[in-house]
Design a protein around this ligand. Sequence first.
Ligand SMILES: [Zn+2]
Length: 205
Amino acid sequence: MNKIKILEKYMPPAAAPLIARWIDYFKCEFKISRNRNTKFGDYRPPFDGKGHRISVNYDLNPYAFLVTTVHEFAHLYTWNQHKHKAKPHGTEWKQNFKKMMQPFFDQQVFPTDIKHAIISYLDNPAASSCSDLNLYRSLRKYDAPKEAVSTVEHLPMNAVFKLKDGRVFKKGEQLRKRFKCVEISTRRVYLFSPVAEVELLKETA
Ligand SMILES: [Zn+2]
């Protein structure tokens, strides 16, 4: 599948062509990764024969995905200009983030509240990656409702649930700490942490 088509699934579609162009132009290995919970995204400078690498969590809402992507590309661009001499979220990075955000403001891909939160984030000299609560909150408002999400320990016995990657399981007995669950399609048994986040599909199989 082509790059733009894939990116369109994760970000406002109007933004996808430019991001695809950046990936090619900067020869960046761009990965859409499973949720790591601790971070929205990640940038790694060229090292040991590898080029620039960016990864962004797949389960962010489209606006958060785009903001995170631009955030990481601003790290890449700052690295190209200054290498180790610029601080990760210092003035140079901030200027680049602002500049690289501009085309998306021009395209009006963001709702007004997000646009304003980004602008005030960029004007706040103390701002760094995830520590800006206003920006984080306005981005979170656009998350899909999460009612169906539960944890394995809160599901009834024999409940059928789905993981984020789409695989479906049936909950079984608890062994010491973890729960024995059977993957429906393969009949294989997996052990789940009680706090694993899953989507309930059916109360009983
Ligand atoms: Zn950062």
